[in-house]
Design a binder for this molecule. Structure first.
Ligand code: C2E
Ligand code: CA
Ligand code: CA
Length: 601
């Protein structure tokens, strides 16, 4: 076994322990190249006396390079004076070969000539040994060379913070393990683990705490693997696991052979449970959120790079389809889905410029008079490549990529300009509602953007309502209160959308500066006959009224629903009963029916 494999299996703890370090050095594979067999024999005997066990010896300089390529020694002891091909020629060839470049070489030379030594050094030799070789000198030089190599290897391949292998080293060991699995016709699994809230922790509590969290997290990961190893080894004796930090907030595990794919799920669950205990770091109580994707070898991919990629796709799926258990197995459909998402992401980036986004308007109607009092702006995307894409599909993508900020600004500008036009054309107090997403709310320019658009469109501030979903307002409730007050100070109104679907704390609700509450469509759907009673809706309406808010019923499709909400004293409604969302031109026609005199003017 060479040092590389040794490292990946044993040195997870960052620090190289003395005994481990010792065995690392003595397990190195040493190649001896000398045209005289007696010399290689003597060297090998000396080194065996020092505890080394792995040797490749050759007296044929012409074959030396091929042997190196095949057997990848950890160090080469190279004679300079050989017939056919000299030690210099071998050195030159090694430095030109990517696979051999990094193997350290110790030169054996009887020459005391400084120029020869200098030449060898320039060609990248690490050290010299004078012939005839002195045993203790040999041991010392070799040890230094191997130690330097081990140190360099550690820097290149291991993450300094956690001591875990980095991506390249991980891919190497995973590929080696996969090859063994394939030979034996057994299965393995790749797990991709994402620490969801690391970025937040870094930005709110500082990188030092983030780093400590990562160290603690990687320690826990290893514990989980060890204890799950114990479970698995009941079935499979020769299981191997490698674990790595493959990105700032990403870790990967490859393990096999597996008795069953379920063992990977056992490990995933264990990681989720064991890492969910809060950590106390510098007086802060910190919760870690992880999401895990699992891909099975060779079913999900025969190539380990693709397998690990698929595990990541499964992780993304686990994130997007929240709830659940926090982990997901990869499936072919996810690939199709992730391709679709990627296509949407790409398409969305140019949707504004390509004029593919349209604003539609759904009437907001006064329940008592039946008259339209305004509209909610709802975005539509008709993509040249993907056809019609519904907002429930692309808004989450726009939010994740941050594209919602320019898109949201665009729709606000379009809708405000249109609303100002309707106000003057139909001469009434037209009210416009526009949806905003959490990303926009947290955008530092939000307040000034809204102000600028109001100024430009000449829409009075009190005619504009921004709709925020309940879930979005309640998450990080404390910090949102301040943001909402800043928006309110512009003179606009705020509405809480999809009410009843989240877990609002009622005591919080009154701390938000809200003007309107929209009862989610799912509650209205329940109203199917005249007799139906809806105590929850009744309670929501009276709560809203107590807090001084206007109530809007969403998704009214039938007269029964309409009358029911009327008896509950709800003020406004939206729904297909009046109209689906329509483009501006069609909306003008709806307005013309309700405001005929003004439109004639
Ligand atoms: P929402 O804000 O709750 O919008 C109401 C949704 O209910 C709209 O779906 C509307 O077409 C639909 N709807 C209205 N009346 C009825 C009805 O009687 N029956 C049924 N079955 N449905 C009705 P839409 O337009 O597909 O929008 C879906 C969601 O996408 C919106 O939910 C909103 O959360 C988001 N969205 C739409 N436009 C924007 C936007 O410009 N910005 C942001 N941030 N989100 C938007
Ligand atoms: Ca809405
Ligand atoms: Ca809604």
């Amino acid at each position: 076994m060479n040092t590389r494999a040794m490292y990946s299996d044993n040195l997870h703890d960052g620090e190289v322990e003395d005994t481990e370090y010792e065995s690392l050095i003595t397990s190195a594979t040493i190649m001896l190249v000398d045209d005289e067999p007696i010399n290689t024999d003597v060297l090998q005997t000396y080194l065996e006396g020092e505890g080394y066990t792995n040797f490749i010896a050759t007296c044929e300089s012409t074959k030396a390079l091929d042997i190196m390529r095949q057997q990848k020694p950890d160090v080469v002891l190279l004679d300079l004076m050989m017939p056919d091909i000299s030690g210099f020629d071998i050195l030159i060839a090694m430095r030109r070969d990517k696979r051999l470049q990094h193997i350290p070489v110790v030169i054996l030379t009887s020459s005391d000539d400084a120029e020869t030594k200098l030449k060898a050094l320039k060609l990248g030799a690490m050290d010299f040994l004078a012939k005839p070789v002195d045993a203790s000198e040999l041991a010392l030089r070799l040890r230094n060379t191997l130690a330097a190599k081990a140190y360099q290897h550690q820097l290149v391949n291991y993450d300094q913070l956690t001591g875990l292998p980095k991506l390249d080293a991980f891919l190497d060991t995973a590929a080696a393990t996969a090859a063994t699995l394939k030979e034996n016709n057994t299965n393995g699994a790749a797990l991709h683990i994402y620490v969801e809230n690391l970025k937040n922790i870094n930005s709110s509590l500082g990188r030092d705490i983030g780093n400590k969290l990562l160290q603690e997290f990687s320690r826990k990961l290893e514990q989980c693997i060890r204890s799950t190893d114990a479970i698995r080894s009941a079935f499979v004796a020769d299981a191997r696991t490698s674990i790595a930090r493959t990105g700032g907030d990403k870790f990967s595990i490859f393990l096999g052979p597996l008795d069953s794919p379920q063992t990977a799920a056992v490990l995933a669950r264990r990681i989720i449970i064991d890492t969910s205990d809060p950590l106390i770091l510098e007086g802060h109580q910190i919760f870690t959120n992880v999401k895990i994707g699992i891909a099975i070898y060779p079913d999900d991919a025969a190539d380990t790079v693709e397998l690990i990629h698929n595990a990541e796709t499964a992780m993304t799926y686990a994130r997007q389809h929240g709830g659940g258990e926090g982990y997901a197995f990869y499936s072919g459909e996810m690939n199709a889905e992730s391709r679709q998402i990627l296509a949407m992401e790409t398409g969305l980036r140019s949707a504004i410029q390509r004029d593919e986004l349209k604003v539609t308007y759904q009437p907001k109607v006064d329940l008592q008079s039946g008259k339209i009092i305004g509209a909610e702006a709802l975005i539509r995307w008709i993509s040249g490549d993907l056809g019609f894409v519904g907002p429930d599909k692309f808004i989450p993508i726009a939010e994740r990529t941050g594209l919602i900020v320019p898109i949201g600004e665009w729709i606000l500008e379009q809708a405000c300009t249109q609303a100002a036009e309707w106000r003057s054309a139909f001469a009434f107090d037209f009210r416009l509602a526009v949806n905003v997403s959490i990303k926009q709310l947290h955008d530092s320019d939000m307040v000034s953007t809204v102000q600028r658009i109001l100024d430009r469109s000449q829409l009075p501030a009190q005619s504009l309502t921004l709709e925020l979903t309940e879930g979005m307002v309640m998450e990080n409730a404390e910090s949102n209160i301040e943001l909402l007050h800043q928006l309110k100070s512009l003179g606009i109104k705020l509405s809480i959308d999809d009410f009843g679907t989240g877990y609002s704390s009622l005591s919080y609700l009154q701390r938000f500066p809200l003007d309107e509450l929209k009862i989610d469509r799912s509650f209205i759907e329940e109203v199917k006959s005249e007799e139906i009673r809806t105590p929850i809706v009744r309670a929501m309406v009276s709560l809203a009224h107590d807090l001084g808010m206007t109530v809007v019923a969403e998704g009214i499709e039938t007269d029964i629903q309409l009358n029911h909400m009327k008896t509950l004293q709800c003020e406004l409604f939206q729904g297909y009963l009046c109209s689906k969302p329509v483009i501006a031109k069609a909306f003008s026609e709806l307005l013309m029916k309700d405001y005929p005199r003004q439109s004639a003017a």
